[in-house]
Design a protein around this ligand. Structure first.
Ligand code: CTP
Ligand code: MG
Length: 380
């Protein structure tokens, strides 16, 4: 992304209608919390992420993300929570996306489309869907006062995107509303509605949570495919060569030889993904006939593989990689490695394990590193 974008995630609600004993954003959905889903989906487009947490839960939210996000204490209303987060925005930020933690499944693509409109000059951009029901306005006694023309109605979603200065000014007006676009409207600003998406629905009730489960987990009629991939490289005799592994630089460990950065974990994952989708392998996708990938970093290959997998109509369910070698020790940096690989793959679930080989073979003799990966994908 060229433009610097901050993502504000109001997550300070209690989730009364869901009826859980913990704040809604911390409720689990297929192995991670709602707020983790929201962060994973928007992280690929974000320069800065700020979460407004319920008072008393700040450290629990910080523990989920470490240094990658800023956590502020939310307010009594959604508007107050967003305002608290706005105070933390870095100076270099141009665009701000405000995104409900409760719209946990909104996609990276939706966020990119919002940003594209901002980059084209819009000051406020919101996703919305056409309304299927006829909508009435009613008075306090329940009598209909008006029937707006359905063709002009949109049910709006988040992420809502804004020029930073415009959003700051709108919040200074001190008005309360259930979304941020309404604040821009109140100061006379233009708000552009673009096509929303079904999966950006707000998780409000237990039924919504069940619907989110169904969307994430493949059912028995899904076309599910697995792939495997391996890669190996020898340690270099050049003591100064840096080691790149699992999307990370490992200072103090000599790198491996090879035409690329030699990131065996990233390469094994790319091969597993391409194999799962019957898209060939690393060589056929990024080999000599594709010179722009010569010496490419593992991260670049992962991003391009994700693009090819998505274009072929597949969604990644999860990826698992095992690194084989005496060094470096993976354990202390496991969560960093998972974050780097997952971020390059658009926030998918990644696991990273490691093993030595009891002194046997080239890995056991300390001559090189290997990785073995598997990937599960579902045809959309
Ligand atoms: N929110 C917030 N601060 C508040 C109230 C709401 O940051 N004081 C956030 C919620 O955490 C949620 C988003 O605003 O991500 C949309 O609100 P909603 O879906 O209504 O969530 P809750 O208020 O938690 O749910 P409920 O209204 O059922 O209590
Ligand atoms: Mg609420």
């Amino acid at each position: 992304m060229i433009n610097k974008t901050a993502v504000i995630i109001p997550a300070a609600g209690s989730g009364e209608r869901l009826g859980a004993t913990i704040p809604k954003a911390l409720v689990q959905l297929v192995g991670r919390t709602l707020v983790e889903h929201a962060v994973a989906n928007l992280a690929p487009i974000a320069t800065q992420i700020i979460i407004a947490a319920p008072s008393g839960y700040e450290s629990q939210f910080s523990a989920l993300f470490g240094e990658t996000v800023d956590v502020v204490t939310g307010g009594a209303t959604r508007t107050q929570s967003v305002k608290a987060a706005l105070a933390k925005i870095n100076d270099e930020i141009e665009f701000v996306l405000v995104h409900d933690a409760a719209r946990s499944l909104a996609s990276t693509d939706l966020a990119s489309r919002v940003i594209a409109e901002l980059a084209a000059g819009e000051l406020a951009v919101i996703p919305g869907l056409a309304v299927v029901d006829t909508v009435k306005t009613v008075d306090h006694q329940g009598y209909v006062t008006n029937t707006p023309d359905r063709a002009h109605l949109r049910a709006v979603q988040t992420p809502q995107g804004f020029d930073k200065t415009a959003l700051m000014r709108a919040h200074q007006a001190g008005i309360e509303a259930t979304d941020d676009a309404a604040l821009i409207e109140s100061i006379g600003g233009n708000v552009k509605v673009i096509a929303g998406e079904e999966r950006a629905f707000k998780i409000t009730t237990k039924d919504d949570l069940a619907k989110a489960h169904r969307l994430l987990l493949p059912d028995s009629s899904s076309d599910i495919r697995v792939g495997i991939g391996t890669d190996s490289h020898a340690f270099s005799t050049d003591e100064l060569r840096p080691l790149w592994l699992a999307g990370l630089h490992w200072p103090g460990v000599v790198g491996v030889d090879g035409h690329s950065d030699g990131d065996v974990a990233a390469h094994a994952i790319c091969d597993a993904l391409l194999a799962a989708c019957s898209l060939g392998d690393l060589g056929s996708n990024f080999g000599e006939s594709e010179p722009e990938y010569a010496n490419a970093a593992g991260e670049k290959l992962l991003k391009e593989t994700l693009h090819r997998v998505s274009t072929a109509g597949y969604e990644i369910q999860n990826v698992s990689v095992q690194i084989v070698g005496n060094k470096p020790k993976i354990g202390p940096r496991r969560s960093e490695a998972i974050a780097a690989l997952s971020s390059a793959l658009g926030g998918v679930s990644v696991s990273v394990s490691a093993t030595t080989t009891d002194g046997l073979g080239f890995t056991g003799e300390g001559k090189g590193i290997s990785a073995i990966a598997s990937a599960l994908v579902v045809k959309r």
